[in-house]
Design a protein around this ligand. Sequence first.
Ligand code: ATP
Ligand code: ATP
Ligand code: MG
Ligand code: MG
Lengths: 230, 230
Amino acid sequence: LIKLVGVWKTYRMGELDVHALRDVSLEVARGEFIAIMGASGSGKTTLMNILGCLDRPSSGSYWLDGEEVSRMSADKRAMIRNRKIGFVFQNFNLLPRTSALENVAMPLSYTASHLTEKEARRRAKEVLERVGLGDRLHHEPSQLSGGQQQRVAIARALVNKPPLLLADEPTGNLDSKTGEEVLELFQELNREEGVTVVLVTHDPHVASHAERIIYIHDGQIVEDLPRLHS
Amino acid sequence: LIKLVGVWKTYRMGELDVHALRDVSLEVARGEFIAIMGASGSGKTTLMNILGCLDRPSSGSYWLDGEEVSRMSADKRAMIRNRKIGFVFQNFNLLPRTSALENVAMPLSYTASHLTEKEARRRAKEVLERVGLGDRLHHEPSQLSGGQQQRVAIARALVNKPPLLLADEPTGNLDSKTGEEVLELFQELNREEGVTVVLVTHDPHVASHAERIIYIHDGQIVEDLPRLHS
Ligand SMILES: Nc1ncnc2c1ncn2[C@@H]1O[C@H](COP(=O)(O)OP(=O)(O)OP(=O)(O)O)[C@@H](O)[C@H]1O
Ligand SMILES: Nc1ncnc2c1ncn2[C@@H]1O[C@H](COP(=O)(O)OP(=O)(O)OP(=O)(O)O)[C@@H](O)[C@H]1O
Ligand SMILES: [Mg+2]
Ligand SMILES: [Mg+2]
C-alpha cells in the first residue's frame, strides 16, 4: 500500500538547513498495523504529513496504492486524501464554532455524498458514541476537554472507514482506560475491516498494540522490528 | 498557599447543566509538589483554570497566598497571574508568528520590567537551553514539532521563576527521555527554589514524581494520597 524510497525533507531557515527526514525508505503492506516511535523532534509528524499527502518530500518518491503521489498537484493529492486516508492530527485541527457532530460528519460530504444529511449525522453520531462522546455531540471544541477534542479528531478520521488510518499521537491526552478503548477500536478496524494503521506514539504500551515498530532518530529510520510477543 | 472551599463550576448548555466541578475543597501548602489524575473529561483543566485565576468558580471560594481571589476583577486577577503563577497549558497557547525566544521572553516584560531587552532574551535563552531547545530559538511555533512547542510553553511558564507552577499535562507530547528531563527540572525548582508545583497528568509514572496524588472523577475529588514510596 505504502512505498517510500529515498525520501528527504529539508527546511531552509536562512543559512541553515533543517533536515527533518534524511533518506527514508519504508514499505507498509495493506492490512498492517505499525507503530512509529522516536524522540521529540525526530521527524515523526513530518513523515506522517508526507504519508498523508499533506506535504511533499524535498526529494525521493512515494507510491500510495500503486500511484506515485509525491509530484501530483495539490488538488489531486486532496482528492486522494479525501478518499483513502483518515488522519488524526497531533494538534486535532478541529473546526472551531462547529459542533462535535458536524466536525465528524464533514468528511462524509466529500466521500459519501450519496448519503442524506440525516444519514451522515447518524453515522457521525455512532462513531462519537464509540469513543464515549455520545453526551457531547453538540459541544463545540472550546466546550470540550483536551481528551474529548482528541476523540472528536479520532472519530472524524474513522467516519468514512478509510483504507489507511494515520494517527499522530492519538492517545496523548487520554487516561489509560479511554486510551485503551481507542486502541481496541483501531485493532478491531484493522482485523475486521482490513484498515491499514500507522500510529505515532511516545508510549511503549501503546506501541505494543501494533505488530511492527519503527524507530526514528534525527530524521532516519534506525530500527524496524516486529513487536516482541508477550 | 492554595485553599479552595466548596468550589462548583457549572456550564449552562441550553436546558442542560454540565457540572464540571462539584463541591471541590483542596489545600496545598507552599513548597508542595502534587499531581492530579483522572479520566478524560473529569474536570482537571477546569480546576487548573480556577487555580490559575483564568476562570472563576460558579460558587465557592479560592484563597491564593492569603487573598480571596475568586471575586476579584479580571484586571486584578491578571496582575496576580503575571506575578505569581506560571502556567503550562494543555494546548500550549503560544503566540504564532513569534519566535520561541520571544514567546518565552514575553512574561518578563510584565514581571521583571527592570531587565533590559537584552537581559530578558538572555534569560529566555537559558531556559530554552534547559529544555533542549537551544538550536530552535528562532523557530516559530509552526516550525516546531508538537513536543518542541510543548517545551516552549514549559520554558515560558518558568522564565520568571513563579512561586506557583501549574502544568496541565506537560509531557503528553514528549518521549520518555525528554519528559524525564522536564520532570527533573520541575523537581529541582521545587527542591531548590521552593516552587509549589501542581501537575496534571494521565501517566502514573509522571505522577510518581510528585509527593501527593489527587484523583478527580466526574468533577469531584475522590482520593488524596501521599505517593507510595518505592
Ligand atoms: N465551555 C464549556 N461548556 C460546556 N462544557 C464544558 C466546557 N468546558 C468544559 N466542559 C466540560 O467539562 C468537563 C470537564 O472538562 P475539563 O477540560 O476540565 O476535563 P479534563 O479533566 O481536563 O479532561 P482531559 O483529560 O480530556 O483534558 C468535560 O466533560 C467538558 O466537556
Ligand atoms: N516548517 C519548519 N521549518 C523548520 N523546521 C521545522 C519545520 N517543521 C518542523 N521542523 C523541524 O523538523 C524536526 C522534525 O519535526 P517533527 O514535527 O516531524 O517532529 P516529531 O518527531 O513529530 O516530534 P514530536 O514528538 O515532538 O511531535 C523538528 O526538529 C522541527 O523543529
Ligand atoms: Mg509530532
Ligand atoms: Mg484537560
